[in-house]
Design a protein around this ligand. Structure first.
Ligand code: SAM
Length: 264
């Protein structure tokens, strides 16, 4: 349980920020968010929350920095390779026996590594398939970067098997671009997990390293939303440091490490 001191200047700042970046910040873990923002405030030489409120109203670059501070965008291709191997070798082939065309959703996709990893895996196991990969994030600038599919750093492709790197990426001056064949398979869209309606009849949802920012109540609401969005028997893949408390109450059973299945 977080104990948070409620000061009016902070609340005024948070409300102004919510309006400016259109993110429901009251559902983010207060202490964590406040700590990150206070550190940025100090680095920018701003004396208090009311000075910060005035600054974000007139400085678009600062507003961008604030958004980046809140929505840490770190990601990489094949993050936790053994989990993606499980998807590729077991879960997706089993799903393909039940349905010809799969609908996959990467929620909180950041710079696109996760949905592009899915597109690559699908192409490996079913090259002719017309599966859909929806990729969403709340952060518009990061979505533009993801859509572009270029400028990936060596650290972001470090877990990509060499043969796959060769087949699906083009090296450009020390960075990597995903080939068009992969890019074309992913549809990017802005979506706020805390306030927008969820898609329906999804076969597999990936939501990894996103809900760590949210209150327990918000997490529960998101997992309930995922259970509704999935078709019966569909899967949810979460981050390595995450766990769904009382998953049965939300309608999930544990299928494997970090992977849950919606009750049929
Ligand atoms: C650490 S990245 C995770 C990227 C990827 N899923 C992975 O595990 O590699 C977290 C992402 O969650 C997004 N995010 C934060 N709050 C969100 C919200 N309310 N709705 C949707 N996405 C959100 C951030 O913009 C950021 O891109």
């Amino acid at each position: 349980m977080e104990v948070v001191e409620m000061d009016t200047d902070w609340l005024t700042f948070r409300a102004a920020l919510e309006r400016a970046i259109r993110v429901p910040l009251h559902q983010y873990k207060e202490a964590q968010m406040k700590r990150r923002l206070a550190s940025l405030m100090m680095r920018r030489g701003l004396s208090d929350w009311s000075a910060f409120t005035a600054a974000i109203a007139s400085d678009a670059q600062l507003l961008g920095e604030v958004r980046d501070t809140l929505t840490i965008n770190v990601s990489e291709f094949f993050r936790q390779p053994d989990r993606f191997e499980e998807l590729q070798r077991r879960i997706l082939p089993e799903m393909l026996k039940e349905r010809r065309t799969l609908k996959l959703w990467s929620a909180g996709c950041s710079i696109g590594c996760e949905p592009y990893t899915l597109a690559i895996i699908l192409n490996e196991i079913d090259p002719g398939g017309s599966h859909t990969v929806l990729a969403t994030d709340v952060d518009m600038p990061i979505l533009a970067r993801a859509r572009d599919g270029t400028g990936y750093l060596p650290g972001e492709v470090r877990s990509v098997p060499p043969a796959i790197l060769d087949k699906y990426f083009i090296e450009e001056k020390g960075t990597y671009r995903v080939k068009d064949l992969v890019r074309r398979r992913v549809t990017f869209r802005r979506h706020d997990l805390l306030s927008d309606p969820y898609p329906a009849d999804v076969d597999l949802i990936l939501c990894r390293n996103v809900v760590i920012y949210f209150t327990e109540e918000a997490k529960h609401q998101i997992y309930e939303g995922f259970a509704q969005a999935l078709r019966p028997g569909g899967y949810l893949f979460i981050g390595g440091s995450e766990m769904i408390m009382r998953s049965g109450d939300v309608g999930f059973r544990t299928a494997s490490t970090s992977i849950y299945q919606r009750a049929a």
